[in-house]
Design a protein around this ligand. Structure first.
Ligand SMILES: [Zn+2]
Length: 192
């Protein structure tokens, strides 16, 4: 791997974690994943890695649906944390804190609406998503998402969805197989 700044790698794992969790729990809904260039002279201002995902908006009283939604929100910090622990790196990222605050707000709203998941379930869900990323196939999918994200900086959601599904051992639809073939064709045509 070329030399990337640890913060950049950390953020790439964060975004890859959201993407893989989204496909793991919902199977679709990924629009694009982007990772800005890292500016060493101004490292933390305006560094906004983004993950454009479309989670189902209205769960009604479906506690399992709310939990899956929360797990996707918490997945960025969990994946980045696994990478940091594996590599003995300590990084503080505002994005992780923002996601936790977002998750806490969602949980509060769901509990107010009478969804039965318990007000104190964030630590339990954080343990659950951390455990998911300990599973070899799931972690392989995160790593295989992070590498091209660092290199290309933007990955289309539909193409990425296919790659993640393959890593997770899920079956692709005929349309997804065709999409992957077309994407591979475009990559082969690219001048080097
Ligand atoms: Zn995030």
């Amino acid at each position: 791997m070329p030399d990337y700044h640890p913060f950049e790698i950390y953020c790439a794992y964060h975004e890859a974690g959201h993407a893989v969790a989204q496909i793991y729990y919902f199977g679709r809904g990924l629009k694009a994943v982007t990772l800005p260039r890292f500016e060493t002279n101004n490292p933390f201002e305006g560094y906004k890695a983004r993950n454009i995902i479309t989670l189902p908006g209205d769960f009604g009283r479906d506690a399992a649906g709310v939990e899956r939604h929360l797990l996707v929100v918490l997945a960025g910090a969990a994946a980045a944390d696994r990478w940091a622990v594996d590599n003995g790196v300590k990084i503080s990222n505002r994005g992780d804190q923002n996601d936790r605050a977002w998750a806490a707000g969602l949980l509060w709203t769901a509990c107010e609406a009478g969804v039965n998941i318990g007000n104190n379930s964030l630590p339990r869900l954080e343990r659950r998503i951390a455990a998911l990323f300990q599973r070899p196939k799931v972690w392989a999918a995160v790593v295989k998402t992070t590498e091209p994200l660092l290199e290309l900086r933007e990955i289309r959601g539909d193409v990425l969805t296919c790659h993640v599904k393959l890593e997770l051992g899920r079956r692709l639809t005929e349309a997804e197989v065709a999409l992957l073939a077309a994407a591979a064709g475009r990559a082969a045509d690219r001048p080097r």
